[in-house]
Design a protein around this ligand. Sequence first.
Ligand code: ATP
Ligand code: MG
Length: 574
Amino acid sequence: MRMSKLYMPTLREVPSEAEIPSHKLLLRGGMIRKLVSGVYSYLPLGYRVIRKIENIVREEMDNAGSQELLMSAIQPKEIWESSGRWDNFGPEMFKLKDRNIREFCLGPTHEEYFTSLIRDEIKSYKQLPLNLYQIQTKYRDEKRPRFGLIRAREFIMKDAYSFDRDVEGMEKSYQDMWKAYERIFTRLKLKYKVVEGDSGAMGGNQSHEFMAMSEVGESLVAYCDNCDYAATDEKATVVYNVERTEEDMKDMEKVPTPNTTTIEDLVDFFHIDKSNFGKALVYKIGGEPVVAIIPGDRELNETKLCNYLKVPEHELELADEKTIEKISGAAKGFTGPVGLKEDVKILVDSRITHMRNIIVGGNETDYHLKNVNFGRDFTGEVVEDLLLIDKGDICPKCGKTLLLDRGIEVGNIFQLGTKYSDSLKATYLDENGKEQPIVMGSYGVGVSRSMAAIVEQYHDENGIIWPLVVAPYHVIITIINVKNEEQRELGERIYKELKDRGLEVLLDDRNERAGVKFNDRDLIGIPIRITVGKRANENIVEYSLREDGINEDIPVEAIGDKIEEKFKKEGLTI
Ligand code: ATP
Ligand code: MG
């Protein structure tokens, strides 16, 4: 491709909303453009990357025995009502009506659609197992679209669904997909971790997330470098040992605590550590208040709370001050588990039940209660673990201190079991002619998100450093001065030869200053670079790689070997 013809609208200035490198560089490099919040188009260079990612995903899915098809984005309300997710998916679902006022959604995912598709065709155990996938556009009206392609409202996903006769079969399909995902993300050159995930709105049992590690990642990953434990912060089991369980219970006391509404205020006031307090958090779920009591030095994990209450996360909200006043009779900051005004559901993190003589809100403005004990002074539903993982927590598997790092979720695998086959009545007849539910799994890869994740891991202050395997072009030839005939001719000749060898080549034949060309070349991150300049008359060019920028003068005849060497190093062939 000649750059004089290429549609590559690079930007000097970055739109102010772009906060992270991938968002800035993909915009600046003329690879994507925003239409409205969370909705992007892929321009020629960017779309080449997308297609390369898709092809890697496709090859590995095909190799794993999955079959590609393509379904519509438009889905009728009815199939989503059968699974209960028309309402449960919440405001993230884009809904629309046709001219006859029939309701539809733009698919945020396709479990219901795939299940309803195969249920009419699959009759016998002989047709199972089956694994189908598509690479398609998904729609989610995200609460906070941001970070460009990372949290978009329209994005490209590969979604696959496995259909098996029994749980054993599903587990095998799950393992196969796991392995395929490892190959996909390895080929994409992503540094990633596989971590236990929360099954959330998908339902089902086990799930794992593939996290591209990056400091801008929205997910926190807890992992152990001593054993193989790794989980998202939503899922991670918190091992939190409570001391002082042997202490005798003292008499409960009411203490005036004017204007001490935060844990920090209380620590200053009582001169004791945060861990001596019982923190009350008031939520509203479908209008009903719920109070959760957790140790004062910890944060609550809302995913664990929702899972315990079996409500989707979008139904959970922190209570407003009016609700708090209504149930506690006191201002915010003074809520506690003893003597709440109404018959409110109280959830107690199990650690609280072992603590002795804690300090809690007094349910009276400017008062706290001292020496409060679970069982004697208050009760509630005890929940094993409501806590968010924190620095210094230990591994639930081996006891070593966990490490915390940020990651971008690029893939997700779920064991769904029979959630969708039960509700949508997808069954088969077994060897004995008995009707059985199909056992399912679902498997997603964020194709467009992966593109951004690659940029997060491969860039410097000057631009993107595409790994060769996904780069929009393999080689860029820069002609320093297009008005110089020798330079132009040599550039053209190399361009033709490399293209004839099957390489993807950009020829910078623009009538621009060398500085402009070099800056663009760095920005768009083409891995292999050939500069045709002053020594064109000697058949000498400069050769360098984007990743290290080290220039070498080489004769034209040596270019082929150099490029081959690079391909070999990356495990690729021309
Ligand atoms: P997240 O927790 O980031 O919202 P999710 O659990 O909702 O992700 P899935 O429903 O498992 O995501 O979707 C499969 C894959 O699609 C994800 O692993 C991710 O790579 C990608 N994905 C999900 N939401 C978005 C989005 N808003 N923009 C871009 N990619 C997304
Ligand atoms: Mg999501």
